[in-house]
Design a protein around this ligand. Structure first.
Ligand code: SIN
Length: 528
């Protein structure tokens, strides 16, 4: 038996939750989350959210320019301008929902600085801003009677004309989304969720790589589903590696050491304890992330070390403990007192600039399907995201999507003749070990061949290896009863395919995509 909702939201980070809160007075809302409401990429964002809040030193033009410079000639300038100018309104909205940003002793926002920013403009809540945002919005969600929350539910596929027997190709122009097939993880039953409109807000792809700052749920599900439904996916080659996660090899996800710490004064040092960033960029440890991550990668290759250091020992110890309590406690639990000891750090996959292509209203190329947050590609980030612009993008696109969707639902009805999910197949005892091993293999090949520095040979090798994993997985999928694990493996493989393919097509190096065979920029490839 299916369910019907005016609005279906897949994903419970900032984009999904704020969209829910904005449309809930206009109709029924289903919010699907893979695990629990608080487990989203948003929760793990330490640094904060960028917005121009101090008119004395900062202005919109500076934030726009920083974003464009960081995006390395590939941003959509009109999108950057719109979002930056809406920043203060979006911050007010979060405050209305109960988010508590830190203030200084005269009652003004305490603004941090991060790489690539020319001014202090990062609003934060200590060093756990994401958790503050996530938990504040969860409280609001739970109060609204129209919002129905489905925890431990996993979206398997979005429903289109394909499920009515129509042949859909990448050239089909009128593809429509009628909802999604969703699995209840506790009962293993699959329900058809019909919706007038659907928002994809499934977050990032970090687990396509071996090491990531993202939670284990970040497996690119929304992008993979939209790709299989023949939606347009763009800029997948621009995978952002955060320069500094804590070096602690067996920990998943990797623990982030916020970039705000470098804004505060921390510096990067190599194995010989030498500060090295000025060799690479005049902005030193505060250069944009692509430059810092490549510099660290290079230093580790030169020395053969497994990590470099972040040094905050020269700063006031009490201030460090007060500003970065989460990092202080975490490191101390591993025997590192950050006020006295250097912190071992490495780069790790952190954010995807590309994703489901959306227009100014967050509409994807599939009718009735919106996308917002990390799974969407709006043009804000270009070839490299400016630190702390992602939460701003998520709340902005949820806002425009909500405004568009509440009008759009008037013209749509539920598509009633959708067949139930065909759940024939058998559960094979050896299945789990095959799935786990294949996920590991994808991570290994992506980290080895499609990482911070790429080459034509590495990309080709990655694609050849991935094709084998793809064929094996499709055979397994066809004969097995569907499970979250096999679906995540398929999604990881689809996303890896898109990253490798789009990286192979870019015949230049720009922003986060660096190919040794094309080390320079090609002006003809700049356009978004
Ligand atoms: C950080 O705190 O360094 C991460 C924030 C971001 O990715 O924008």
């Amino acid at each position: 038996m299916g369910k019907r909702f005016d609005f279906l939201i897949i994903g419970s980070g900032l984009a999904g939750m704020s969209f829910a809160l904005k449309v809930a007075d206009k109709g029924s809302v289903a919010l699907i989350c893979k695990t629990t409401l608080d487990e989203a990429n948003t929760y793990y964002a330490q640094g904060g959210i960028a917005s121009v809040m101090n008119g004395l030193t900062d202005n919109f033009e500076k934030h726009i320019e920083d974003t464009l410079i960081c995006g390395d000639g590939h941003c959509k300038a009109d999108v950057v301008e719109k979002i930056v100018r809406k920043g203060p309104e979006m911050i007010d909205q979060l405050v209305t929902w109960g988010v508590d940003f830190d203030k200084n002793n005269v009652g003004e926002y305490d603004l941090h600085k991060e790489g690539g920013h020319s001014e202090n403009r990062i609003l934060h809540h200590k060093d756990n801003t994401g958790a503050e945002i996530q938990l504040s919005l969860v409280e609001q969600l739970k109060k609204h009677p129209n919002i129905h929350i489905f925890e431990h539910h996993f979206a398997i596929e979005i429903i289109t004309q394909h499920h009515l027997g129509q042949i859909i190709t990448h050239n089909t122009t009128n593809i429509e989304c009628f909802g999604a097939y969703v699995m209840n993880e506790k009962t293993r039953s699959i329900t058809t969720f019909l919706a007038k409109v659907t928002l994809m807000a499934t977050g990032g792809i970090g687990n396509v790589y071996l090491t990531t700052s993202n939670p284990t749920i970040a497996t690119g599900d929304g992008i993979a589903m939209a790709h299989r439904a023949r939606g347009v996916i763009k800029d997948m080659e621009f995978v952002q590696f955060h320069p500094t996660v804590l070096y602690n090899p067996n920990e998943r996800p990797s623990f982030l050491i916020t970039e705000a710490m470098r804004g505060y004064g921390a510096v990067l040092r190599n194995g010989k304890k030498q500060e090295f960033m000025y060799k690479y960029d005049k902005r030193g440890s505060l250069a944009p992330r692509d430059i810092v991550a490549r510099a660290i990668d290079n230093e580790m290759k030169i020395s053969g070390d497994d990590f470099v250091y972040l040094d905050v020992t020269h700063m006031n110890a009490e201030e460090t403990k007060k500003e970065y309590p989460t990092i202080y406690k975490k490191c101390l639990s591993l025997g590192i007192d950050i006020t006295k000891d250097l912190i071992p750090v490495v780069p790790a996959t952190h954010f995807l600039c590309g994703g489901i292509l959306v227009d100014d209203n967050a509409c994807s190329s599939i009718r009735r399907l919106y996308a917002a947050g990390e799974c969407a590609c709006s043009g804000l980030h270009g070839a490299n995201r400016l630190a702390s612009n992602s939460l701003l993008e998520a709340i902005y696109y949820a806002d425009v999507a909500a405004k568009h969707a509440v009008k759009a639902i008037e013209q749509y009805d539920f598509q009633l003749n959708i067949p139930d999910w065909n759940d024939e197949g058998t559960s094979l005892p050896e299945e789990m070990v095959l799935i786990t091993q294949s996920i590991r293999e994808v991570g290994q090949l992506m980290s080895a061949y499609v990482g911070i520095v790429r080459s034509n040979l590495r990309l080709k090798r990655a694609m050849n290896r991935l094709k084998i994993l793809y064929s094996e997985t499709e055979i397994l999928f066809d004969r097995s009863v569907v499970s979250r694990e096999i679906c995540e493996l398929r999604n990881i493989i689809s996303v890896a395919y898109l990253v490798i393919k789009q990286a192979s097509l870019r015949k230049e190096s720009r922003g986060l995509h660096f190919n040794v065979d094309y080390p320079g920029k090609n002006p003809q490839e700049a356009e978004f």
